[in-house]
Design a protein around this ligand. Structure first.
Ligand code: DC
Length: 232
């Protein structure tokens, strides 16, 4: 048995996965893995290489790229072949193309395998769309986060504003709804709530409240499994 938990968090865009998972990982001294960043990295380079309309080339690209996630001062830094692309992967252009790229079965196969490797020894908080269902269906703790569409759009618009990018909230909302639609209806590992995942609606919760809630659940599960959690 692993000495540390695998905590899997899924949910739609803007449901609070990244913020929650990052803080949770920090409190537990676990590794935080943002799997969306991996799909974004492949998308960014597919745009750069002008191969968005060639699935086979995108799959080849996914297998060749060396994607590394590092947490620096509380910020997830994403490096591709040694280059920091953390800001570039959050652009509106990547937002608009990431769902079609992440629908490609061959791309998912490659990234899911990487994610399994990273998390297999436990001590991870991994977030995405298919972590509780496909990557770690046997995760110790499974969480499904939701929030209202207005709240999700508000959070994403705020993220852009904090980076000095002025965006139309209505456009952000439409992009989120479109991504939800593609992510939930694709044939390969769609975004769906695993029946045994704990569902948390974050619309009216503070970050501290949602983290505490998951910590309490994790503690109960860890106790049952005889795993000691050290909470910072
Ligand atoms: O969490 P995010 O918004 O950064 O994710 C970007 C996109 O990547 C999202 O629209 C769907 C895709 N994705 C996925 O298909 N599977 C994952 N495990 C994570 C993200």
């Amino acid at each position: 048995m692993s000495e540390k938990l695998i905590i899997a968090i899924d949910g739609p865009a803007g449901s609070g996965k990244s913020t929650t998972a990052k803080l949770l990982a920090k409190k537990l001294g676990y590794l935080y893995i943002d799997t969306g960043a991996m799909y974004r990295a492949v998308t960014l380079f597919a745009i750069k290489n002008n191969i968005l309309n060639d699935e086979n080339k995108i799959i080849e690209l996914a297998s060749e790229l060396d994607i590394e996630l590092k947490l620096e001062d509380g910020i997830t830094k994403v490096f591709v072949n040694g280059k920091d692309v953390s800001d570039e992967i959050r652009s509106l252009e990547v937002n608009q193309n990431v769902s079609p790229v992440s629908k490609i079965e061959g791309v998912r196969k490659i990234l899911v395998e990487k994610q399994k490797q990273i998390g297999k020894n436990g001590g991870v908080v991994m977030e995405g769309r298919d972590i509780t269902t496909v990557v770690f269906p046997n995760a110790d703790v499974k969480v499904f986060l939701t929030a209202s569409i207005d709240e999700r759009a508000r959070r994403r618009a705020l993220e852009f504003a904090q980076k000095g990018q002025d965006v139309d909230i209505e456009k952000v909302k439409q992009n989120i709804l479109e991504r939800d639609r593609i992510d939930s209806s694709r044939s390969v590992s769609p975004l769906t709530k695993s029946p045994d995942a704990i569902e948390v609606d974050t619309s009216n919760l503070t970050i501290e409240e949602q983290v505490d809630l998951i910590l309490t659940e994790s503690k109960k599960i860890a106790d049952k499994k005889g795993i000691k959690l050290e909470i910072n």
